[in-house]
Design a protein around this ligand. Sequence first.
Ligand SMILES: CC(C)=CCC/C(C)=C/COP(=O)(O)O
Length: 263
Amino acid sequence: CAIPPSDHPTHSNGPKCPSAPRTPVCGDTRMQHKDLLLPQHPQSCGTSSRSPPASCRADPSGHLPSCITPFQSSLLAIDLWASKRLGVCAGEGSAWGSARPLMKVIEVSGHGIPWLLGTFYGLCHSDSSAAREVLLNLLFALLLDLVMVAVVKGLVKRPRPTHNKMDMFVTISVDKYSFPSGHATRAALVCRFVLRHLVLAVPLRVLVVLWALIVSISRVMLGRHNMTDVLFGLLLGYALYGVVEHCWLSPATAPTLFALWSR
Ligand SMILES: CC(C)=CCC/C(C)=C/COP(=O)(O)O
């Protein structure tokens, strides 16, 4: 990676930022300011639209944490650069653009709508009380996941990568933000849930784990997310399963809810 002189953090008509890191440029994957967390505050140091220094974006009235260190901003820069390189299905003209339709099928397999509708359908049509208990808890897990992801996205407000084409199947307003990946949280949560509560043969268990990994990797390949969005999403989904397990709904703990679904 080279650092072009034009990206030096001192701007001719703005405040000087001597300690700010410069932005690496590799091939045509130059990072832009909007790739970093948030829209810039007008008073913050880097007023240029070209790679302003991350540490100068620390702004008490803005959305970036004021404590971001040069080390953290370097990690973010690496994340943006590597994610852009890995976004090989971000468009039809991208390096692996022909695989984009397949990636979009994988995307739908991890989308909230099919999971919510499928779980609800199963709940309405299941005859066994044990199956109803598992499905009711899966529904709770999926809703909890949607709420948590929406809250974190709304708080962090990290924009999606600039190379992302916003052509996703059914989104809600916070889905313009990227951190964390809702698909990754759902994949990790559903994977843990299924492995714990469904009796599956080993090859099927392996397939479930592979599905979760493929859904997660496809988020970066499609250009929807940076790697840190997906990694945090996986951790969040994994942790959310712990909450679901802790609050496990049963006829003893939630009798009214179970009465709704009993026949
Ligand atoms: C509308 C419903 C029920 C769910 C939205 C699902 C969705 C579009 C999540 C965004 O996922 P990423 O954060 O991985 O892009």
